[in-house]
Design a protein around this ligand. Structure first.
Ligand code: ATP
Ligand code: MG
Ligand code: FE
Length: 339
């Protein structure tokens, strides 16, 4: 069985065909970086328009490449949230139209579940439960993944997501958009111990993350004129990593333990982050699983895979796009902050 996946929740238009035996049969991804670069961040209206222009031809391309007809599909899976609502609607409406035309079931996918299950696409031995660090542009959470649709949130950020901190640091240092990869590259030339930066909430009794203070400290370090941008980038990256590993360690020691430690989301593409987490997992005798970098940042293979995991589901054609959609709806707000 083969599932078509459609992703349009942020600034990547992506489509993919994935088989339940984990083969990625065809995929296309169109980044909108050029369109958003002049604004230094994603502009929702530009994103929605770009998705609308590209999505239909991209779907036709993967179907042609795979020499498949719509009727050959087991399901059509599309991101239904959370994300920028205009973009989500473009992808979801496209999926609904194809589903209606072909009678192939629609599966509405939570984008975060796409990230959360992506490690299982590349590692057939990764069974539930696993401990997941979900680190992306909009989220920074530790989750215990107990099954498809079964997530216990152990920690979240009380302010910025860690990917957001990378993006803001890039902006402060004049590295442009998108920020994460640029900070990682420059950090390789710097000294991670050169600039004293805070590690918010490290050793705290509460389980959560915080990155706003780190970002402000980066701004002050840059404005002081005392440090090279490479040293600031390297010191920022190290501080962010120290926050991630400290909070994970706390989660592992307070009941979040599982056979595997898994990382997903755009920040999981960072080689230093991966190395630190691998070391942490060895220390706690956990298996470490990280998808290849291209499956960490937004893509449609993870959405198609989530559809494979949910095969049998048949969502109604009036399914609503959701700007917010927590993986663990039971989780209490962290200090009244976001999900
Ligand atoms: P969400 O998934 O929370 O809705 P999103 O879809 O925008 O947000 P992703 O595409 O999963 O986020 O990840 C993008 C984020 O990952 C950005 O903040 C980006 O800076 C960061 N990122 C990407 N590559 C790297 C890297 N090599 N190092 C650090 N951060 C990175
Ligand atoms: Mg992007
Ligand atoms: Fe994402």
């Amino acid at each position: 069985p083969v599932v078509l996946g459609i992703e349009s929740s942020c600034d990547e238009t992506a489509v993919a065909l994935v088989a339940t035996d984990r083969r990625i049969i065809a995929q296309r991804i169109a980044s909108q970086d050029e369109a958003h670069r002049p604004y230094g961040g994603v502009v929702p209206e530009i994103a929605a328009r770009a998705h609308a222009e590209r999505i239909a031809p991209m779907i036709a391309e993967v179907m042609n490449e795979a020499e498949m007809e719509l009727g050959d599909l087991a399901a059509i899976a599309a991101t239904a949230g959370p994300g920028l609502i205009g973009g989500v609607m473009v992808g979801l409406v496209s999926a609904k139209a194809l589903s209606m035309a072909s009678d192939v079931p629609l599966i509405a996918v939570n984008h975060l579940e796409g990230h959360a299950l992506s490690p299982r696409l590349v590692d057939e031995d990764l069974a539930f439960p696993y401990l997941l660090l979900l680190v992306s542009g909009g989220h920074c959470q530790i989750l215990r993944c107990e099954g498809v649709g079964q997530f216990k949130r152990l920690a979240t950020t009380i302010d910025d997501a860690v990917g957001e901190a990378f993006d803001k640091t890039a902006k402060i240092l004049g590295l442009g958009f998108p920020g994460g990869p640029a900070v990682e590259k420059l950090a390789r030339e710097g000294d991670p111990t050169a600039v004293p930066l805070p590690r918010p909430l490290v050793n705290s009794g509460e389980p959560h993350f915080s990155f706003a203070g780190l970002k402000s400290a980066v701004l002050r370090a840059h404005e002081s004129g005392l440090h090279s941008t490479a040293d600031i980038a390297a010191s920022f990256q190290q501080a962010a990593i120290d926050c991630l590993t400290d909070r994970l360690e706390r989660a592992i020691e307070s009941g979040g333990n599982a056979p595997s430690l898994v990382v997903a989301g755009g920040v999981a593409a960072n080689a230093s982050v991966r190395a630190a987490l691998e070391e942490l997992s060895q220390k706690h005798s956990m298996r470490f699983v990280a998808p290849p970098p291209k499956l960490c940042t937004d893509n449609a293979a993870m959405i198609a895979w989530a559809g494979c995991e949910r095969l049998g589901q048949n969502d109604p054609l009036d399914y609503k796009a959701r700007p917010r959609w927590p993986l663990d709806p039971e989780a209490a707000p962290a200090r009244g902050a976001g999900v």
